[in-house]
Ligand binder design. Structure first.
Ligand code: PMP
Length: 396
């Protein structure tokens, strides 16, 4: 039996391998592990949203809906995102899906032909590289450097453009660095897109998780950019709804039509009761989500302070998401470990602490000479203290 050639190019989110590794440990050891590996809020979905979902099932929201989503939900999302991002959109710009993730596939399939080039952030969310490859495009990594707070070097970015470049993926706040692309950086990227007629896929899944009173800036709000920007967002992070599977795109109306047609072909529509829960999330009190973000900000301050107190580890305070991308180059050197992958294994072995090495976030550039691991601070402040103290004693 032969499988399609593309199967050799289909990547994965290898973070799940670490979870599997932990699950293979004896139960007692599993319970002792402090995991900074998982990228989802440890908070549960707020009560009023859960109730809306349950009530929707009872009220028989159990049938198909239009592929693009229930009209009231699309309108509520349009109103919300217009206010949040200083853009002006209506329901015709919004399509709802059973995952924000699916928008990545639809964007690549709609805006590129096989052989075209797609630029994506590196280190970055590993699914970008996988999908670009599997759909027959050429992945062109755009390096993010710590010295620039993991913003893009736009001179380097410009050099990557060819007549085959059709799409640039940006992600802010970022997975894995927690960094926010600043307004200047995004405006410079938008100029490159406009000059070269390139689509932008802006992954804004962490847009509500920003700290230090920063006002979120979307590349779609840059001059002339709304038409050529595909925004990916969803309910997973801010409303702690990862398991409900509900995402949405903000695009020009033509793309919205195409994306809805993809949905008709592939999933038909998101679950109708999930959409009703999403409607309540959009329209009603956001206090529980805002409270969660405040707690994440406290954890961020705590984890950065604790990590910076360890000799051999340094972090720049990230401004969003729930990730810290710690520079562990010195620690690796001190412990005579080859790279961050060995460091990850060392921490699990010697400290019962799980983190993810840089290698889980795209192929390393040859000129990279620093070692990093990602900490996801989706654990309590007590566990942050315990976990980082364990790392300190393991290293020092
Ligand atoms: N983009 C990024 C950068 C992510 O980290 C994630 C989730 N880990 C997604 C997209 C996908 O979001 P969802 O689970 O809501 O589909």
């Amino acid at each position: 039996m032969k499988y399609a050639e593309r199967m050799d190019r289909l990547g994965s989110e290898t973070a799940f391998e670490v979870l599997r590794q932990i699950q293979s440990f004896p139960k007692e050891r599993q319970e002792n592990i402090i995991s900074f590996a998982i990228g989802e809020p440890d908070f549960n979905t707020p009560e009023h949203i859960k109730e809306a979902g349950i009530n929707a099932i009872k009220e028989d929201y159990t049938h198909y809906t239009p592929s693009e989503g229930i009209p009231e939900l699309r309108k509520a999302i349009a109103d919300y995102v217009s206010e949040e991002r200083n853009i002006s959109v209506g329901p015709e710009n919004i399509v709802v899906y059973p995952a924000a993730k699916i928008i990545l596939s639809f964007a690549i399939l709609t805006c590129t032909n096989p052989g075209d080039e797609v630029i994506y952030p590196n280190p970055g969310y590993p699914i970008y590289e996988s999908l670009i490859n599997v759909f027959g495009c050429k992945p062109i990594p755009a390096q993010l450097w710590e010295y620039a707070d993991f913003n893009h070097n736009t001179d380097e970015l410009r050099e990557l453009i060819t007549d085959k470049t059709k799409l640039i993926i940006t992600n802010s706040p970022q997975n894995p660095t927690g960094s926010i692309l600043n307004k200047n950086n995004l405006e410079a990227i938008s100029e490159i897109a406009l000059e070269n007629d390139i689509w932008i896929l802006s992954d804004e899944i962490y847009s509500n998780m920003v700290y230090d009173n920063i006002k979120y800036y979307s590349i779609a709000a840059a001059p002339d950019m709304q038409q050529r920007t595909i925004i990916l967002d969803g309910f997973s992070k801010f409303f702690a709804m990862t398991g409900w599977r509900l995402g949405y795109s903000i695009t020009n109306p033509k793309i919205a039509e195409y994306f809805a047609r993809w949905s008709t072909n592939i999933v038909s529509c998101p679950a109708s009761f999930t959409q009703m829960a999403g409607l309540t999330a959009m329209l009603e009190d956001k206090a529980p989500s805002l409270e969660m973000v405040r707690e994440f900000e406290k954890r961020r301050n705590l984890i950065c302070e604790k990590l910076n107190s360890i000799e051999g580890i340094s972090v720049r305070t990230p401004k969003g998401a729930f990730y810290v991308f710690a520079n562990v180059t010195e620690a690796c050197r001190k412990l005579r470990l080859r790279d961050s992958l060995e460091f990850q294994e060392f921490l699990l072995e010697k400290g019962d602490v799980a983190v993810l090495s840089r290698d889980y976030f795209g192929t390393r550039a040859p000129e990279e000479n620093q070692e990093y691991v990602r900490f996801s601070y989706c654990v309590s402040q007590e566990d942050i203290i315990r976990g980082i103290d364990r790392i300190k004693s393991a290293i020092e």
